[in-house]
Design a binder for this molecule. Structure first.
Ligand SMILES: Cc1ncc(COP(=O)(O)O)c(C=O)c1O
Length: 335
């Protein structure tokens, strides 16, 4: 089944803008660098999850769900966009957030509260461990819950990025552009799996380069295997008769630094450079790290001067307001 026949609920504004990054390009004097602004998807301060939720919540509504349950970190962008989408659709929303409730709610957590969702703190429990009990409780209360997987990285979430690549492809045709590389933050794998699958289906000659954000393996499965499995399951869902293997996957693990959410100098400089030179906000956890990786690859001249690079901005800026202390923006921004 083609992706345009899947149930889809409109939640954002598409296509998102495609723009040149002139000062970043000038700074390194090599390949041209562009940006795809999924921070501007329009749903509650934007982000890549808006695309995934259009397909996932389309499925939830088709299944008759009245309550959405999902999980993430306290500063999850996925949870914030899910809470906003649920509010927009008149659905009850339950967020299962990792750790203890902080004394003050800032950034994404403040917005979660504003969207009126129910928040369950996991304390010491592993991520997702509490979801079955919450689902049982909701069913016993007569609700019809629908669980959105961590990061929205189900097959439907991945397929939304096949549609996203089609969107980019038509912008490229309109502006007579072609990209040799697409660079982005990869964390729960849905964006990555979808872009890989889209590249295959559209027969694009473009490298899909995920910058790994997190040291931890996904549920015990190595992250590269998790992305391949998801890409293969998503392909099967739309009738694809091929299998991806390791030779199809580019996952760069060189920039995980101090681990998930630990802001180092590389992220700080990337965030400052993009703010001060391009007027664009990156986030401390995902896009700041992915841009730090891209800047390092540009500095190391890993791309040819004929290459054209797309940085896919996947959102996350609301988390900046929860990282005010660690960002320490008084330093000058040398990159
Ligand atoms: C801002 C941002 N960028 C990138 C990602 C990673 O996308 P994916 O989970 O599809 O790998 C996330 C995931 O939460 C995110 O919030």
């Amino acid at each position: 089944m083609p992706t345009d026949q899947l149930p889809r609920q409109c939640l954002g504004f598409f296509p998102t803008p495609l723009m040149p990054l002139r000062r970043l390009t000038e700074r390194f004097g090599g390949p041209q660098v562009y940006i795809k602004r999924d921070d501007q998807t329009g749903l509650a301060l934007g982000g890549n999850k808006t695309r995934k939720l259009e397909f996932i919540l389309g499925d939830a509504l088709a299944a008759g769900a009245d309550t959405i349950v999902t999980a993430g970190a306290a500063q999850s962008n996925h949870c914030r966009q899910t809470a906003a989408a649920a509010a927009m659709l008149g659905l009850e929303c339950h967020l299962v957030l990792g750790g203890q409730e902080p004394e003050t709610a800032g950034g994404n957590l403040l917005l979660d509260q504003l969207f009126g969702c129910h928040i369950h703190w996991t304390g010491e429990h592993r991520k997702g461990e509490d979801i079955p009990q919450i689902v049982d409780y909701l069913k016993s209360a007569g609700k019809k819950p629908y669980v959105v997987p961590y990061g929205g990285s189900s097959e439907l979430g991945a397929l939304s990025f096949v549609a996203a690549l089609k969107e980019l492809d038509s912008q490229c045709r309109e502006y007579d552009l072609a990209f040799s590389h697409i660079v982005f933050a990869s964390s729960s794998g849905g964006t990555h799996a979808g872009l890989m699958l889209g590249r295959k289906l559209l027969e694009l000659d473009c490298e899909i380069v995920g910058i790994n954000i997190d040291k931890d393996e996904s549920g015990g499965t190595p992250f590269d295997q998790h992305i391949l499995d998801l890409a293969n399951r998503s392909a099967t869902l739309i009738g694809g008769e091929f299998q991806f293997d390791n030779s199809d996957l580019q996952l760069n693990g060189d920039y995980v630094g101090g681990g998930y959410g630990v802001v180092g100098d590389a992220e700080r400089r990337a965030i400052e450079f993009m703010a001060r030179s391009e007027g664009i906000l990156l986030d401390p956890v995902y896009t700041g790290r992915a841009m730090a990786g891209l800047i390092d690859l540009l500095r190391q001249k890993k791309f040819g001067s004929e290459d054209r690079i797309l940085f896919w901005h996947t959102g996350g800026a609301p988390a900046l307001f929860a990282y005010a202390d660690t960002l320490n923006i008084s330093d000058p921004p040398p990159i």
